[in-house]
Design a binder for this molecule. Structure first.
Ligand SMILES: NC(=O)C1=CN([C@@H]2O[C@H](COP(=O)(O)OP(=O)(O)OC[C@H]3O[C@@H](n4cnc5c(N)ncnc54)[C@H](OP(=O)(O)O)[C@@H]3O)[C@@H](O)[C@H]2O)C=CC1
Ligand SMILES: CC(=O)[C@H](N)C(=O)O
Length: 252
């Protein structure tokens, strides 16, 4: 059985990936969708042509991985695509954020993404794809978004390294780095920085479409939009010390 696995499927980019994967990958038998909000995941069944298999659970808890590993083993699943789209961010100074939220960002954005990848890898083979949803926030340190940006830098570095390790097996890793996208992310993140103004916002549909094309084309990186591409180039020219200072000024 050929499957795709999408985390963060109850909302935003993850949900959009579920919608688009079934039209791009005709040989997928089932899409396994993961998030905490079960009722939202169940709703995906109504609008999908492919069988949706719901695995509701908290990615910071061990039991979701145990259940996933068990089902992968017993159902003879071949993971043709893994999309790690779960994640969250919280805006604010480190002194003003709650410790549980700060550590939670590391747990979900870094540890869970890594663990999902490790659990799925034994079931992937030549031609399988991984899309890791990082962010343009990965490119530089970002005061008032400090931990979130650091978690995304981890995702970017981890995924680019993993890509090189997996190339010889014919498994292709693409890292998606969008700027601000219209999703529920900003309801969770709290009052936005100046940088995430409405005019910079992209549509999830287009971001996901580009991400899937980049993955099909075996691209290492998909930086979405001209503004974010310019930001990426700038961040590779200027030292982190300087961009961090510039963003601190910009956000005050
Ligand atoms: N929106 C944006 O501007 C951008 C977002 N990104 C990244 O894209 C990814 C998706 O974000 P987006 O779709 O925008 O945001 P949403 O808030 O719309 O979606 C976040 C998803 O992550 C899931 N999730 C969060 N915490 C957990 C957890 N502990 N266990 C299981 N699932 C969890 C949520 O499901 P549930 O609550 O049901 O568990 C939800 O499905 C994130 O990694 C984000 O950092 C990157 C760049 C820009
Ligand atoms: C939420 C994001 O990751 C986005 N790239 C941003 O910096 O606003």
């Amino acid at each position: 059985m050929n499957i795709a696995i999408v985390t963060g499927a109850s909302s935003g980019l993850g949900r959009e990936f579920v919608r688009q994967i079934e039209s791009v990958y005709k040989n997928i038998d089932e899409i396994w969708v993961i998030a905490r909000r079960k009722e939202r995941l169940e709703k995906l069944k109504m609008r999908s042509r492919v069988t949706i298999h719901v695995l509701d659970g908290d990615l910071t808890q061990e039991n979701i991985y145990e259940r996933l590993a068990y089902e992968l083993r017993t159902k003879g699943a071949r993971v043709r695509m893994l999309v790690n789209a779960s994640g969250f961010g919280k805006y604010g100074l480190i002194s003003s954020l709650e410790t549980k939220d700060m550590l939670g960002m590391i747990d979900v954005n870094c540890k869970s993404l890594t663990k999902m990848t490790l659990v799925c890898l034994p079931y992937m083979s030549r031609g399988s794809r991984i899309i890791q949803v990082a962010s343009a926030a990965a490119f530089t340190p970002q005061p008032k978004f400090t931990i979130y940006a650091a978690t995304k830098a981890y995702v970017l570095r981890f995924s680019l390294g993993l890509r090189e390790e997996l190339k010889k097996k014919g498994i292709w890793v693409t890292t998606l780095c969008p700027g601000p996208v219209k999703t529920e992310f900003f309801q969770v993140a709290g009052p936005a920085q100046k940088l995430t103004k409405e005019e910079f916002m992209s549509e999830a549909e287009e971001v996901v479409r580009r991400g899937l094309i980049a993955s099909i084309e075996k691209k290492p990186l998909c930086v979405f939009g001209p503004f974010m591409k310019a930001f990426y180039v700038a961040s590779s020219i200027f030292p982190d010390t300087l961009t961090a200072k510039a963003l601190q000024l910009f956000n005050n």
